[in-house]
Structures are given as C-alpha cells and as structure tokens.
Design a protein around this ligand. Structure first.
Ligand code: AMP
Ligand code: ZN
Length: 114
C-alpha cells in the first residue's frame, strides 16, 4: 500500500481543501499556511521530488507552472507578485516526499529564505 500523504490526498483517502484539478495535477490549500495565499500544486502521479523528474515529465512540469499562474490570477496576487518554491531533500526543507510547488503570496516575502 502507498503510504505517501499526498498520494492519499489525490486518492481522496485524506481530506483536502481543493483549489484546482486537471487530468494530471491537483492543487489544494496548505494546512499550515505561511502566507495569506499558500497553495500546494502536485502531480497526481508520485514523483519523490524535482530530483526525480524524468524526460517524460517535461510537459508535466510546464503544466505545473501554468496552473500556478492560473491560481495566482484567481487569487489576485499576479499583479502584486508571488513565489513558487519546491523544496528538495533535507537541507531544502522537504518534509513530504511527493513533488509539490508551494505557491505563496498575499504579502511581501523575505529574501533570502531562512
Ligand atoms: P515541504 O516541507 O516542502 O515538504 O512542504 C510540505 C507542506 O505540506 C507543508 O507546508 C505542510 O504544511 C503541508 N501539509 C502537510 N500535511 C498536509 C495536509 N494534510 N494538507 C495540506 N497540506 C499539508
Ligand atoms: Zn505520493
């Protein structure tokens, strides 16, 4: 059985606050938001992180950015600006090992990250 948290969310086995869905992608509000807008965008298929991407995933990655842009416009943060983050591995701060984009906005975000 697949024990991945985000695979379970895609399968509807764990509830989530859905924002958008396409054939290949699912987007939902982060349970512990770090900004007024904090949406997670994930592929429905399990990929451990950006490091696990293969040649066959090139179109999928393009779709992820396009969906992030669509949601940013929906949420009204496209003009003010926003950030797309994907954490990779321990030093990257990755806690859930299923590829995800954090779409963050609605406030001024600090740089550099902690
Ligand atoms: P990362 O540290 O990049 O792996 O990010 C994992 C994110 O998943 C964190 O921002 C968590 O708040 C979020 N998260 C964990 N469990 C859930 C859940 N059940 N529903 C929505 N977001 C979650
Ligand atoms: Zn998964």
């Amino acid at each position: 059985m697949n024990e991945c948290l985000f695979c379970k969310i895609v399968a509807g086995q764990i509830p989530s606050d859905k924002v958008e869905e396409t054939g290949a992608l699912y987007a939902f509000n982060d349970i512990d938001p770090k900004a007024p807008v904090h949406v997670l965008i994930i592929p429905k298929k399990h990929i451990e992180s950006a490091l696990g991407l293969r040649q066959e995933d090139r179109a999928l990655m393009g779709e992820m950015f396009l969906l992030a842009n669509k949601i940013a416009k929906q949420k009204g943060i496209d003009k003010s600006g926003f950030r797309i983050v994907t954490n990779i591995g321990a030093d990257g701060g990755q806690a859930v090992f299923h590829l995800h984009f954090h779409l963050l906005g609605g406030r001024s975000l600090g740089w550099p990250p902690g």
